[in-house]
Write a protein of this length. Sequence first.
Length: 232
Amino acid sequence: QSVSNSMMWRAPCPLATPAGHSPRSHLLADALNNEAYRNATEATVFGPFFVDEAPQVEAGGDIAAGAPGEPAWVEGTVRDVDGNPLPGARIEVWEADEEGLYDVQHDDGRTYGRGRLVADDDGGYRFWGLFPTPYPIPDDGPVGDLLAATGRSPLRASHLHFMVSAPGCRTLVTHIFVRGDELLERDSVFGVKESLVHDWEHHSAGTPTPDGRDLDGRGWASTRFDVVLAPL
Ligand SMILES: [Fe+2]
């Protein structure tokens, strides 16, 4: 797209192996570099609630792990910019519960609403999580002063965090948002990008689930997120 990108040819990401990960030392730079490479998925803010060693979750597993909220099925693929699947890509996800709190904001050491997955041979991934809900960023101290001075709410638009990495690829730190969320226009940290706003479907109670999971009569949501990683 841009002149600088078109002048810099880079090899596509080589096929990933489950044993390997990208170096993670440039996470912040990746999150702040908001110019996506070609058709690569756009990045957004990392945020303060990532935990390095989240539970490993099998394909189709439940990262909510008991966190309250509407169950949501999320699936997609991880590919390079040329469309090649990236089997073994590492997918880390984390989100707040429906009260707007991350596990680490409770003082009892609980772990929920986060997990690590590995893309399958076709680069596919799938998991159960929670339909995202808004939450306030901590607004004490200077952040609160700034929000008050600018007349802004501390609320973040509803989102689900992703960090996706594969050997030879730039680690992607991003979120997906919810189309129709009234907070999209006034996200407290200006993290929203249109390409990251997703359609979510809501399915009424009793609608069969993709994997046959029994939700005890609850309704559920679903969305799809196809990730494209830029080469290093
Ligand atoms: Fe967040």
